[in-house]
Design a protein around this ligand. Structure first.
Ligand code: XMP
Length: 516
């Protein structure tokens, strides 16, 4: 099913909710014509919300044709108003805005699109204009204080609309509304499961790669591990994984790749131990940007060297390596335009990424998936929870969590403190509440303390637990004081160089998540 994006960043969320209902969905830009949308033969279409008023100059219109092809359509917020407008209903600038939590009331016993929801339900609204008269043939199913038509349906033509945003969590019964549309209105069945994703991708990878060989760089992160595991399942030993160990990983993470990943997948792994190279290149460097550049540059060089070895080995055996596996996810595809003409919202910085001039064809088995789906696929493929549930971790690793010079000693201190903080967070059962928790060593700062009977002059550690949806914005996590106390006591007792633990209570913006 297709979600037409009217540009308010709700479209991805709608696509996720549809997939949570086990129906495959993709986002397409509103610049596609009705003919182009219908040409993709969707089983159903959802029109998303958007920032426009249907009367605003240049507001994206919806062609009537879209509603006359017999394809079920659900309009949400702007999509709802655009549908009303296109079909001869009345959209009025009432001057009465509704923003945030809003009660809507069913006009009859809830049925159809509202089946199984409360007669009066809480929803999340964000609109200035309102539909004041439904188009002919539509039944008005619900109203709110400022929306005389808050929900309508034409069962015969399978056209539906809601003024509120059923896709956001603040509309507690929203998922039910989306499912009523998918299963009831559009008559779809929930078939999109993790198992079906794996089967489909394995077949697609086999068809793409054939007898050739592929390589995949493992970063220790979820995406590259799941992409590699999928490709391994599809083509077995035709895949060689490469892990450049830059020595900037946290405690146990290199083992997770070298031991646990290999045990779970049986993948052929080439480890490049480059710890010394990175320490040497980073010696004496304290500037954050310079560190990132050095780590990025050395990573590419190290990867290229490893790759050359693999190519030579393959050549000696008469094989050719033609494919490179990458863990690109669906939000990256949508945000970087996706070849669909959607707006380029952000361009991706990925220090620790791969060179651009690689002469390989790309295999991107996660291109259609959201992060939570990638985790589910990873679990289905038998990867351990430590890998699939891992919090995000930056490519330059601990290199940008040491404020000051990256030395072997500083890395040891930070690794020890970080391991304690992570262990306690996991023990408290709060891993899922936190997006990530950078632990930062202020190697350039010293403060006076007293430990045992003596005066100390040690380094502070900063805990930076944050909650976030997408890392673009974040808030500091209100972790329980008892947990913070345990982490602090353990770090100051067990890590000799640290005599102070502090908590970062800054949101993003103005702070970034990482300190460098
Ligand atoms: P900031 O610090 O910009 O971080 O708020 C946002 C998210 O991105 C991660 N991050 C990186 N990830 N390479 C990466 O792969 C990088 O150079 C990099 N810098 C920051 C950070 O951990 C957070 O999740």
């Amino acid at each position: 099913m297709l979600v037409v994006d009217y540009g308010a960043q709700y479209a991805q969320l709608i696509a996720r909710r549809v997939r949570e209902a086990r129906v495959y969905s993709e986002v397409v830009p509103h610049t596609l014509s009705a003919a182009e949308i219908l040409g993709r033969r969707p089983a159903a279409v959802i029109l998303s919300g958007g920032p426009s008023s249907v009367y605003a100059e240049g507001a994206p219109a919806v062609e009537r044709d879209l509603f006359e092809a017999g394809v079920p359509v659900l309009g949400i917020c702007y999509g709802f108003q655009a549908m009303a407008h296109a079909l001869g209903g009345e959209v009025t600038r009432t001057g009465q805005r509704e923003y945030g939590k809003t009660e809507v009331r069913s006009t009859t016993a809830p049925h159809g699109l509202l089946d199984g929801t409360d007669r009066v339900q809480t929803t999340w609204m964000s609109h200035g204009d309102a539909v004041t008269a439904a188009p002919e043939g539509f039944e008005v199913l619900a109203v709110s204080e400022a929306a005389p038509v808050a929900c309508f349906a034409d069962e015969e033509r399978q056209l539906y609309g809601v003024q509120w945003h059923p896709e956001v969590k603040h509309s507690p019964q929203g998922q039910r509304v989306i499912e009523n549309f998918l299963y009831g209105g559009a008559g779809l069945t929930p078939e999109w499961t993790t198992g079906s994703i794996v089967e489909e991708q394995v077949a697609a990878i086999r068809a793409q790669v054939g007898d050739a060989q592929a390589i995949c760089g493992l970063s220790g992160g979820v995406d590259s591990a799941v992409a590699a595991a999928l490709v391994q399942k599809a083509i077995g030993d035709q895949l060689t994984c490469v892990f450049v160990d830059h020595g900037l990983m946290r405690e146990g993470e290199a083992d997770q790749v070298e031991r646990d990943f290999v045990a779970a997948t049986g993948a052929k792994l080439h480890v490049a131990d480059e710890k010394k190279r990175f320490l040497l290149a980073l010696a004496g460097v304290t500037d954050p940007e310079e560190k990132r550049k050095i780590i990025g540059r050395e990573f590419i060089r190290a990867f290229e060297e490893a790759e050359r070895n693999i190519l030579e080995e393959a050549q000696a055996e008469g094989a050719s390596v033609e494919f490179l596996v990458q863990g690109t996810l669906y939000p990256d595809v949508v945000e970087s335009g996706g070849g669909e003409g959607a707006a380029n919202i952000k361009s991706h910085h990925n220090v620790g990424g791969l060179p651009e001039d690689l002469e390989f064809q790309l295999v991107e088995p996660l291109r259609a998936l959201f992060k939570d789906e990638v985790r589910a696929v990873g679990a289905e493929l038998g990867l351990p929870p430590e890998i699939v549930q891992r919090h995000p971790f930056p490519g330059p690793g601990l290199g940008i969590r040491i404020i000051g010079e990256v030395t072997e000693r500083n890395l040891e201190v930070l690794r020890a403190a970080d391991a304690i903080a992570r262990e306690e967070l996991t023990t408290s059962g709060l891993d899922a509440e936190v997006w990530q928790m950078p632990v930062v060593l202020l190697a350039d700062v010293r403060s006076v303390g007293v430990q045992g009977d003596g005066r100390t002059y040690g380094h502070p550690i900063v805990l930076r637990p944050v909650s976030s949806e997408d890392a673009m914005t974040a808030d500091w996590s209100r972790l329980p004081y008892d947990l913070l106390a345990t982490i602090s006591n353990r770090i100051t007792n067990e890590v000799e160089e640290v005599n102070r633990v502090t908590l970062d209570v800054t949101s993003k913006p103005p702070g970034t998540i990482e300190w460098e």
